[in-house]
Write a protein that binds this ligand. Structure first.
Ligand code: AMP
Ligand code: MG
Length: 324
């Protein structure tokens, strides 16, 4: 059995998997009282919740901790203070349990958990707070086929929401407001395979300040931002010749984004996979699941505590893939 630990940003999670089966997946999210994430505060949150979540995961799985054979840690990419707390916890548990560790790239885990839903070789549309990337495995690497040139789509939505007096995370509230809004033209920016949100951000703020209804802005923002993501994802499907789309990241909880993706897949005869919310957001089951996949093919990926380190800026295509 594999223990997974997720710690890259606001969420600390503990998951347990056994040969691809998810036995436990618990998490707790740090929520700033005001404004955006303060990395040091998120790290304190991780430190304070780790032991409790570990016990909760064991209880949920019903297994004895002695059954744990290895520990997978999301060591990259992410906020350094958060990664360090996760690593400390992983090393302490590895010592207590007498097991080895396996570092897992968080973005790759969002792609691989698609296998749990039945995908085999998908394109991932990863739409989260800090990350917005379109990733697929091609030519021995997980490659980024498109990405944001400025902020992640979630941060973009949250920043706009904050400007309108809506607390973090703004996405869910904006989704509700959008139901009552009407369409207005906004800057639409797809450059090659990449997307950019800063022009739309500036325009939205100006429109809000000039008195335009937040409902109309929310609706129009979603229509433009999500169409940009779906356009880039569709190009990636066309370019790679792949026939499966998997969603990942907190923004993928949005029903309108899901609907747009479903329609696009239907029109081009691709299969559409949207994992349940627990596996869509940052979670540790996907880390354990990916760790298991990796060592099934390559046992050398298991390392000792002194070899494990964090890699806050590791890019998806930096990862050396020896397990596929
Ligand atoms: P993550 O970084 O993957 O944990 O996702 C967090 C981000 O997802 C935040 O920016 C949220 O505002 C955003 N989010 C969560 N639910 C929704 C939703 N229903 N619609 C749009 N964005 C959302
Ligand atoms: Mg994530």
């Amino acid at each position: 059995m594999m223990l997974g630990i997720e710690c890259t940003a606001h969420t600390f999670g503990v998951g347990i998997t056994d040969k691809g089966k998810i036995l436990a997946n618990v998490r707790d999210m740090y929520k700033p009282a005001k404004g955006g994430i303060v990395p040091m505060d998120a790290a304190v949150h991780h430190k304070d919740t780790a032991d409790f979540l570990y016990k909760k995961a064991l209880a949920e799985s019903g297994i004895n901790e002695k059954k744990i054979k290895a520990i997978a840690l999301s060591n990259a990419p992410g906020l350094a203070p958060c990664l360090i707390e996760g690593m400390k916890f992983a090393k302490r548990k590895a010592k207590e349990l007498g097991v080895k560790l396996i570092p897992v790239n968080h973005c790759i885990a969002h792609l691989e958990i698609g296998q749990h839903e039945g995908a085999k070789d998908p394109v991932l549309l990863y739409a989260s707070g800090a990350n917005t990337q379109i990733i697929a495995f091609s030519d021995n690497k997980y490659r980024v086929f498109g990405e944001t040139l400025d902020s992640g789509v979630g941060n973009f939505i949250d920043t706009f929401a904050r400007h309108c007096g809506i607390a973090f995370p703004g996405g869910p509230e904006i989704e509700k407001l959008a139901l009552k809004g009407k369409y207005m033209e906004l800057p639409y920016s797809v450059k090659g395979m990449d997307v950019s949100f800063s022009g739309m951000q500036t325009k939205l703020k100006q429109m809000y300040d000039s008195g335009i209804k937040v409902e109309d802005l929310s609706y129009s923002m979603q229509e433009h931002a999500f169409a940009m993501l779906v356009e880039a994802a569709e190009r990636a499907l066309a370019h790679t010749g792949k026939k499966e789309l998997v969603l990942g990241g907190g923004v993928a909880c949005n029903s309108r984004l899901q609907e747009m993706c479903r329609i696009m897949c239907k029109e081009r005869g691709a299969r559409y996979f949207c994992p349940p919310k627990d596996l869509l957001v940052d979670n540790a089951a996907m880390i354990a699941f990916t760790g298991e996949l990796m060592i099934k093919k390559d046992k050398r990926l298991l390392i000792g505590s002194d070899e494990l380190d964090i890699a806050p800026r590791e890019r998806t295509d930096d990862v050396k893939v020896t397990w596929r």
